[in-house]
Design a protein around this ligand. Structure first.
Ligand code: PRP
Length: 187
């Protein structure tokens, strides 16, 4: 059993909201199916839901982007390490994200794909933290806006942990510590 972190959005809420977003996406792009591009790792579960909710069972392509910097300070430079050569020319790209934080990742991906000849590059993100924005980005389809909380689950991790949680939860160090202790003592 994982630690009982407070649930911000249950799996059911995520499912319902994603279906609403998918309906809007399908309406907006009627007749011009988008090239779905998931920003991995975190966006995989959300991308799968969007894919299932859209008509036509479109394939999901993947792109990976990393921010570079020294130590804990991000330089803000984003490097695309996987999927930079996706054939986007003449396509309507729909980027699928788990969360938009500073906006740097999405802004860099949009710049890249539009420069490669994409007709458009829209964004669907399960979560957005507007208070953290450094670069202005438009999220065409936003699941939920959240305050500046450290969220995990449904694809989002802490050093590789908790990605597999079905709900979006708020990280709490104390809950994690107590959970670790109870596993050791068996209480
Ligand atoms: C997260 C998230 C976005 C990015 C958002 O990815 O999935 O891609 O950060 O941050 P930004 O708006 O400040 O650019 P992360 O770097 O944690 O990688 P992961 O998805 O592989 O865990």
């Amino acid at each position: 059993m994982p630690p009982a972190f407070p649930i911000l959005f249950s799996n059911d809420q995520i499912l319902r909201r994603t279906k609403e977003l998918a309906r809007r996406i399908a309406d907006d792009l009627r007749g011009a199916p988008p090239l779905l591009v998931a920003v991995i790792e975190g966006a995989r579960p959300f991308a799968r839901l969007v894919q299932q909710a859209l008509p036509g069972h479109l394939p999901v392509h993947e792109v990976r982007a990393s921010s570079y910097g020294s130590g804990t300070v991000s330089s803000g430079e984003v490097k695309i390490t996987t999927g930079s050569d996706l054939p986007v020319a003449g396509q309507h790209v729909l980027l699928l994200e788990d969360i938009v934080d500073t906006g740097r990742t999405i802004a860099a991906l949009q710049r890249h794909f539009l420069a490669k000849g994409a007709l458009s590059c829209r964004v669907a993100s399960l979560l957005s933290k507007p208070s953290r924005r450094v670069v202005a980005v438009t999220i065409d389809y936003c699941g939920f806006e959240i305050p500046d909380e450290f969220v995990l689950g449904f694809g989002m991790d802490l050093d590789g942990r908790y990605r597999e949680l079905p709900d979006v939860v708020v990280y709490d160090r104390e809950i994690e510590r107590r959970h670790g202790l109870s596993r050791v003592t068996g209480s």
